[in-house]
Design a protein around this ligand. Structure first.
Ligand SMILES: NC(=O)C1=CN([C@@H]2O[C@H](COP(=O)(O)OP(=O)(O)OC[C@H]3O[C@@H](n4cnc5c(N)ncnc54)[C@H](OP(=O)(O)O)[C@@H]3O)[C@@H](O)[C@H]2O)C=CC1
Ligand SMILES: Nc1nc2c(ncn2[C@@H]2O[C@H](COP(=O)(O)O)[C@@H](O)[C@H]2O)c(=O)[nH]1
Length: 324
């Protein structure tokens, strides 16, 4: 891989505007059988999403992926979303009990609309076998598989039947994979996304490393259909993490899914915990993201997200917070 770069190294170049107001710019994205308001999905992490937030998002036509860290609640969650006529989007791992869980869902005709296979090193037989298992038992579920960081991995997971792949090994804000293992896409996530997108024949989710709303537009430019974000969604009033007060200021916790706080033990820890400033209401952030993306589309000289996909860009090597 040559010419690696990350989000802060790139600036998109404006093209002639074709709208009279940013309101005319359409940020919606079709992903699977459904169309969502913005190409953004909060990370499937325990301090980012819970059932209440999932319902809030689904009711307002935002994509969501429920986390997999309370496995015993997943079946009721699917039933409850189906009763409300909302999309059911869950996560699974690859351990033995997950195989029986998929069979149980199939036997009870409980078909999640989206199933995300969520493990650290997604380029593995474990994930390939789980994709095949889901496709055998729940062929109508849209399967997202990850995480990966190479075109070879994208091709293999697509060939196994994945409907979308998720790219990002170690660029996350609470991720310590890079320092613990020496591996990953941390520090060059945007270049890795481009590399993977060139090989992909199905949608890609860019996962991790988004620090500003402009990074969403950059992800779209470099091949993402959807962008998964953790830290920017942490710290809201609705966020599940605990709230603490220090010197009169409010903070909320945000921890990694491979942190000892999530795992309950210090084994194969690849994540940490941090506190982020309290950010107010989730809807305000979603609205701001949509407006900023409408602006991005207008700067791209387009009316839809497609306008961003072909826009010119420059590499400006002034990395200030590369890869955290
Ligand atoms: N996007 C990212 O950069 C990363 C994300 N995470 C997140 O943390 C959570 C926990 O992830 P994970 O530990 O995979 O989940 P699990 O603990 O559920 O592990 C899934 C399975 O994969 C095996 N496994 C995990 N990592 C490896 C590896 N490097 N090589 C071979 N086998 C492996 C595990 O076995 P065993 O534990 O015995 O090895 C286990 O059987 C997930 O939500 C994941 O998305 C974690 C790290 C990086
Ligand atoms: N290496 C680790 N990555 C993790 C862990 N928990 C979550 N994640 C990944 O981070 C993104 C969110 O990134 P952000 O930059 O937007 O905050 C999330 O979707 C996962 O892919 C972890 O413990 N270790």
């Amino acid at each position: 891989m040559e010419n690696v770069f990350d989000y802060e190294d790139i600036q998109l170049i404006p093209a002639k505007c074709i709208v009279n107001s940013r309101n005319e710019c359409d940020t919606s994205i079709q992903f699977g059988k459904h169309t969502f308001r913005i190409p953004v999905v909060p990370a499937n992490m325990q301090t980012i999403i819970d059932e209440k937030i999932a319902t809030f998002l689904a009711e307002r036509h935002y994509f969501y992926v429920m986390h997999r860290f309370e496995p015993e609640t997943r079946k009721d969650f699917i039933i409850s979303m189906k009763e409300k006529k909302l999309i059911a989007s869950i996560s699974v791992g690859v351990k033995d009990e997950e195989y029986s869980f998929i069979e149980e869902l199939a036997n009870q005709a409980l078909v999640p609309d989206y199933i995300t296979i969520d493990i650290a090193h997604g380029h593995s037989n474990a994930v390939i076998e789980m994709i095949e298992h889901i496709k055998k038992h729940l062929p109508d579920s849209f399967v997202i598989a990850g995480n990966v960081g190479t075109p070879e991995a994208v091709r293999e997971l697509e060939n196994a039947g994945a409907d979308a792949t998720k790219v990002g090994i170690g660029p996350g804000k609470v991720c310590i994979t890079k320092v613990k293992t020496g591996f990953g896409t941390g520090g060059w996530q945007l270049a890795a996304l481009r590399w993977c997108a060139k090989a992909a024949t199905k949608p890609i989710i860019a996962d991790g490393g988004i620090r500003t709303h402009g990074d969403i537009a950059k992800s779209i430019r470099f091949g993402a259909s959807m962008v998964m974000i953790g830290s920017l969604f942490a710290g809201h009033e609705e966020s599940p993490g605990t709230t603490v007060e220090e010197d009169g200021k409010l903070y909320k916790e945000y921890f990694g899914s491979a942190s000892e706080y999530q795992k309950g033990e210090k084994k194969n820890v690849e994540g940490k915990k941090m506190y982020v400033e309290y950010k107010g209401e989730l809807q305000d952030t979603l609205t701001e993201m949509e407006q900023d993306l409408q602006s991005s589309i207008s700067y791209a000289g387009g009316k839809t997200l497609n306008g961003i996909r072909t826009v010119d860009y420059v590499v400006v090597k002034n990395s200030i917070f590369n890869g955290d």
